[in-house]
Design a protein around this ligand. Structure first.
Ligand code: ATP
Ligand code: MG
Length: 356
């Protein structure tokens, strides 16, 4: 009989390109680091089993997840996972001052005007951030709306993999969680956390310790792959090999430069659009730093390119920066080689039962 429930959750990031798992344990007095890595896994998914529109082949994904848990002997079945994409809306809104309980009752009604979906189709959550910068009788509230069918899909998927979904987070907040554990947020000015994955780009702009603006855009590295495939008449595997610096049929990385330029233009346009929305909703002080993660963190020269075009300092996230890892138990070189892609899953691994 167990007297104490295991409060740890296993972080499971079901990305469009890969399954990622991180289990952390609270760690006391070791090198001042708060958490230690217990389990880590990264397994690629075949292309197109998950698309921007959702999970296309749940059986394939569930099978992969099961295999990952078996192979890595992960016994804890309590999962924190997350959702990203167009079915997630996060908005900072101003409401008349009220207490949590009052807002709990009226949120459905208050939220309706801010959400572009039918209010009955979304699951709502909120957080009262602080006093507003505006009049004294107003407060800032972070409103989170996620399409119910997307939550049901991911819950069903995790259960199909014979695991227990305890927390369903959103990528933007997982990124933020990870960031707070590893970095010291700026007190003044804005920091943008940007995760560019295979299908989705997740942007979370922080002011100090709090999220000020988030947006998930439908652009990702698969767009780059599609450009390469179109321009060079090759398949996904070949374009992936080229992107990683291998030669394919006598062609090398230099040959993808024209496709790369097209992708970078699209990416830049998306950033400008997002930053314009941000400026329209927030104070117009500038973004001082970008912390870049996801597969984009692996693209050579991207930080420099963004830095030059946007005039903002760009740094690649190391989600394990402040996490203790035993080099006898883990392949440090492998971890370093996938680190930027593990930002969301580390944030999920930091979640605990009872977290909101
Ligand atoms: N070394 C590399 N160089 C360039 N691109 C890479 C490299 N390694 C992986 N990628 C690309 O990064 C992408 C995967 O990134 P990431 O793991 O962040 O995506 P994901 O989480 O699966 O997707 P999403 O968040 O959109 O659901 C793939 O498109 C892959 O081709
Ligand atoms: Mg991702």
């Amino acid at each position: 009989m167990k007297f104490f429930e295991n409060k740890d959750l296993v972080g499971l990031d079901i990305g469009a390109s890969a399954i990622k798992v991180v289990q952390l344990a609270r760690n006391k007095n070791k090198e001042g680091k708060g958490y230690e890595l217990i389990k880590l896994a990264f397994k690629k998914l075949p292309p197109e089993v998950i698309s921007e529109d959702g999970i296309q082949k749940p059986e394939v994904v569930a099978e992969t997840i099961k295999k990952v848990f078996d192979e890595n002997k992960i016994d804890n079945k309590n999962i924190a996972t997350s959702i990203s994409g167009r079915s997630v809306i996060v908005k900072k809104i101003k409401l008349p001052k009220m207490i949590d309980e009052e807002l709990e009752e009226s949120i459905q009604w208050e939220a309706e005007q801010f959400i572009p979906f039918d209010i009955n189709d979304v699951s709502l959550d909120f957080q009262i951030i602080s006093k507003s910068d505006g009049p004294d009788d107003e407060m800032d509230v972070l409103l989170v709306a996620v399409k119910k069918d997307r939550i049901a899909d991911i819950v069903n998927l995790v259960e199909l993999a014979e695991l227990k979904p305890v927390v369903v987070d959103i990528d933007a907040f997982a990124l933020e969680n990870q960031f707070e554990e590893n970095y010291t947020p700026l007190q003044d000015g804005f920091t943008a956390l940007i995760d560019i994955g295979a299908e989705t780009t997740c942007i979370n702009i922080l002011k100090g310790n709090a999220s000020s603006f988030t947006r998930d855009a439908s652009i990702g590295i698969n767009q780059f792959h599609r450009n390469i495939q179109r321009d060079m008449l090759i398949d996904f595997e070949q374009s992936e090999a080229l992107l990683k610096g291998h030669e394919v049929e006598g062609r090398s990385k230099d040959d993808i430069q024209p496709s790369m330029n097209g992708f970078l233009d699209e990416l830049l346009a998306e950033f400008q659009r997002s930053f314009d929305y941000f400026r329209a909703t927030a104070e117009d002080s500038p973004i001082s730093n970008i912390y870049l993660s996801g597969g984009a963190g692996m693209i050579e020269g991207l930080p420099e390119f963004l830095n030059e075009k946007l005039g903002i300092h760009v740094e690649i996230v190391d989600p394990f920066k402040n996490i203790l890892i035993d080099p006898k138990r883990f392949d440090m070189e492998f971890i370093a080689s996938i680190a930027p892609m593990m930002a969301v899953v580390v944030g999920l691994g930091l979640r605990r039962i009872g977290d909101r």
